[in-house]
Design a binder for this molecule. Structure first.
Ligand code: SAM
Length: 350
């Protein structure tokens, strides 16, 4: 059984995506934010758009108390760790269903944190040697092989446990991918003009590429200035294109130029380092805009947010695949980000 974590409410979309990609069958959702199914080995190389995290070889273990859950987790892990004498690390979380029942979610999150702490204490006693390298999620050295244990608490008495070896695919991506945002991994910025600021930061994190000091960025649909602010903070120069107003501290920033213009028709005189687009326009219009920029070679890299209605983005995904093929966007990343709602984000370059 393979599991995938997704945003709450996107389980069906993810199940359809996985089935259409031919990576497995019988996908269904046993809990909010979780999809499981039988995957083919070809699934190893496929990173779904709507999954935030992959839980390879996962099983459900049960326990009515924390002690029972820890025992069940130990019983599931001991034989696997015995046959894989690698440094290992463990990530313990809940799926994302905050919006559905925040009280229950907060309770489960606290319980998951406690379970993690107690389990690591148990393992430190018995498996000191193998645990020493990777006690924290953040300290994983991606260049060295290691063993990943993921434990997802879907209810008070139910824990989904995944065990896998981490490896690198030919495209340079690591599997199992672990793209869930760790709470707090994007530091809070009290000056961020809006929530969108975090979306662009997350997109850069996903792709592992960031604007550099002096880079020229064109931000289409920039107001109130979240994305522009994110780029300015990294030392870039930004042309913020929008009819609407920017927050004063963004507008008055010495490296910000506010262009009161139609972002849809805007084209820079010289190629820019980055093009950002977060305009609320029809998805096909957004893709048309991106195509024009690609044809003109008007930017080296881009982050484009494609917004849609409902939860059936299949036609849009087909159009994106055509664009990828036509312009040989081999490194294009398409992702339903943690901060995305009815939208997906394209991150790529020429
Ligand atoms: C979702 S908001 C962008 C938020 C922005 N990324 C941020 O972080 O603050 C969409 C913006 O697109 C702008 N917009 C929509 N159509 C536009 C157009 N044709 N030209 C310029 N701006 C446009 C709207 O005025 C609005 O400010």
């Amino acid at each position: 059984m393979n599991g995938y974590l997704c945003a709450n409410g996107w389980e069906e979309t993810l199940s359809r995506e996985l089935s259409a990609a031919g990576v497995g069958e019988h996908f269904h959702s046993p809990a909010a934010g979780l999809v499981v199914g039988e995957s083919h080995t070809s699934g190893l190389r496929y990173e779904p758009i709507f999954a935030r995290q992959w839980l390879p070889s996962c099983i459900a273990v049960k326990g009515t108390s924390l002690t029972e859950l820890i025992q069940a987790l130990g019983a599931a892990l001991d034989p696997v760790l015995d046959s894989n004498p690698l440094p290992w690390t463990m990530h313990c979380c809940t799926p994302d269903f905050y919006s559905e029942d925040s009280t229950h979610y907060e309770f489960l999150s606290g319980r998951a944190a406690l379970l993690h702490e107690k389990f690591i204490q148990r393992m430190a006693k018995y498996r000191k040697r193998t645990l020493e390298k990777y006690q924290n999620w953040e300290t994983i050295d991606e260049k060295r092989p290691c063993f990943i244990v993921q434990a997802v608490l879907t209810d008070t008495d139910c824990l989904w446990v995944s065990t896998s070896r981490r490896f690198k695919t030919e495209t340079g991506r690591f599997v199992p991918f672990m793209r869930s945002l760790i709470p707090g991994s994007i530091p809070h910025d009290s000056q961020a003009p809006c929530r969108s600021y975090y979306k662009l930061e997350e997109a850069w994190q996903q792709a592992g590429i960031f604007p550099r000091k002096g880079d020229v960025c064109i931000d289409l649909g920039a107001a109130p200035g979240g994305w522009t602010w994110a780029a300015l903070k990294r030392g870039a120069r930004v042309v913020a294109v929008d009819f609407a107003e920017l927050k004063p501290h963004v507008e008055n920033h010495p490296h910000c130029e506010h262009s009161i213009d139609n972002g849809y028709a805007f084209m820079p005189a010289r190629p820019a380092d980055w093009m950002f687009c977060d305009m609320i326009v029809r998805p096909m219009a957004t893709l048309g805009l991106l195509e024009r920029w690609l044809e003109h070679k008007a930017c080296r890299k881009f982050v484009v947010n494609v917004k849609f209605r409902g939860k059936e983005p299949e036609t849009i995904l087909t159009a994106i695949e055509e664009l990828r093929h036509k312009h040989q966007l081999t490194k294009l990343i398409i992702k339903h980000l943690y901060y995305d709602r009815n939208e997906i984000t394209l991150i790529g370059g020429l």
